[in-house]
Design a protein around this ligand. Structure first.
Ligand code: TMP
Length: 217
């Protein structure tokens, strides 16, 4: 893996997380626009995905299937895609001083495979260290909304639900709780944003959090 550059020379790594329908895709644009307005070069990306191999793995992961995938298989595929993403895109961009904004990263593995599929956190931590070394996001914005509200929004999308979107509400309750637990354990790095508010209000809150990260008053 690429060696980690001194913090002061690195770009910023910002990730967005939340259950389906929390409004991540809309708010990724808010983060990108804010950082660009600060004169930064910003790369927008997503997980699973972000590279050719990562996008191929994404198709495999999201494709509905009559046979459930083994939780360990799902976890390993997430981290296989992440290894490509970290080595080919994220680390090189950060080392050259660019900002990376990713729609999901490793917190999603703790929430979905950990909370949703009951994979022990210690197993996930082994892969996190293996694939990422010391790399962690500088800021994770966790868009939080009650499951019924978020699922209602997600299910208004005009396409066939993917393998995760087809899960029952109880799965997403476990995922949401796992996300909130992560935020409680790392409150400085993972900020909970109330995603029940109108998109403009959510965007304002996100700009406030980014201002704090960049040291604005
Ligand atoms: P999305 O990016 O369109 O929300 O879809 C990606 C799906 O993959 C979403 O349901 C969450 C899931 N996922 C995991 O289960 N674990 C992970 O580590 C990541 C990055 C995503």
């Amino acid at each position: 893996m690429t060696a980690t550059a001194p913090r002061s020379h690195r770009g910023l790594f910002v990730t967005l997380e939340g259950i389906e329908g929390a409004g991540k895709s809309t708010q990724v644009k808010t983060v990108v626009a804010y950082l660009q307005a600060q004169g930064r070069i910003v790369i927008e990306t997503r997980e699973p995905g972000g590279t050719a191999v990562g996008e191929a793995i994404r198709s495999l992961l999201l494709q509905p299937s009559p046979t459930p995938m083994e939780p360990d298989t799902e976890l390993l595929l997430m981290f296989a895609a992440r290894a490509e993403h970290v080595n080919k895109l994220i680390e090189p961009a950060l080392v050259s001083g660019q900002c990376v904004v990713s729609d999901r990263f490793t917190e999603a593995s703790y929430a979905y495979q950990g909370g949703g599929r009951n994979v022990p956190g210690a197993r996930i931590a082994v892969l996190e260290d293996l694939v990422q070394g010391a790399l962690r996001p500088d800021l994770t914005l966790l868009l939080d909304a009650p499951v019924p509200m978020a699922l209602n929004r997600a299910r208004q999308r005009d396409r066939t639900p993917d393998r995760f979107e087809s899960e029952a509400a109880g799965f997403f309750e476990a995922v949401r709780q796992a996300y909130l637990d992560l935020a409680q354990r790392a409150p400085e790095r993972i900020r909970v944003v109330d995603a029940t508010a109108a998109p403009a209000a959510v965007a304002n809150e996100i700009r406030t959090q980014l201002g704090r990260l960049l040291g604005s008053p």
